[in-house]
Design a protein. Sequence first.
Length: 344
Amino acid sequence: MKSASDHPRSALDALGWQAFFAEQLDAEELSLAPMRVATVHRARMTAASPDGPVRLNLPPRTNTSDYAVGDWILVEPETGLLVRRLERKTLLRRRTEGGREPQLIAANVDTLFIVTSCNDDLNPARIERYLALANEAGTTPVVVLTKADQVADVAPYRDQVTGLQRGLAVVSLDATSAMAAEVLAPWCGVGQTVALVGSSGVGKSSLLNTITEKDPDEAQLTGSIREDDAKGRHTTTSRSLHAIAGGAQVIDTPGIRTLHISDMSLGLDVLFAEIAELAPHCRFRDCTHAHEPGCAVQAALADGSIDPARVDRWRKLAEESRANTPVQSGPRGNRITKPAGKRR
């Protein structure tokens, strides 16, 4: 196993290594080996290195839930001992119902492919939640419409999502076709990292198998869609890092049944940019855009320059985010974090 100074730059670049990470190394750490977390389990972790996969030796009392697939770490070359994690460039995380800490989804992701299918599974409200997640993390979202080969016209499905966010890229494809890699190529160059999210059964595993060109014995299992409700069955059960044939890295994730909005004010401002841009013109800084006098959003609703349905959806997600976000209270220097809950 080689150290940071032993590997040619291109070998690390292929795993997504960037100047952002290299600048974090101290001089005495140049003898350590940079690796990328490939899988995270309760008591073990594996990493991807230029020399191949590595099963990491974890220091005592290591909490694997503090690590995400896609993290860059420094490892002792001879022993495989994890030394430390480098600062993340981006982090996708979500709050689970009843969970005290956010669940880490993936780290250092450049592009988030939000995968949905051209059938009854397509749910614009759910896609908005994924968009808020990507925006908050600073990751570029792209909506990927799968099963395009199974419908006569993709346009009605594309129209449902194109206007959800300014500048949103939307592509359609057959996840099992070799052409899928060409459609996604603009975001899958050497050194780039993408992640796949979406409900079960929309074609994430099929798409992963296609863009990574996996042999049949290495391919992810794929599941069918129930014809009566277009709902899928879980086939991916954990997050994992894979190399894409075109040179990028891809992180696959299990199907997410429920995505709670929490601590995503910036993500919602990007998603509902037309509302965020009007807010500074309201008379009151803490305007709820519901009933206050001098509200710029209410004025825009009155003159028809803003979509009432967009405001309704913004309000629902903003209220959910506030309710689910823990708050700090108490005197400075002795603050305590109160759990998320309804505000009064």
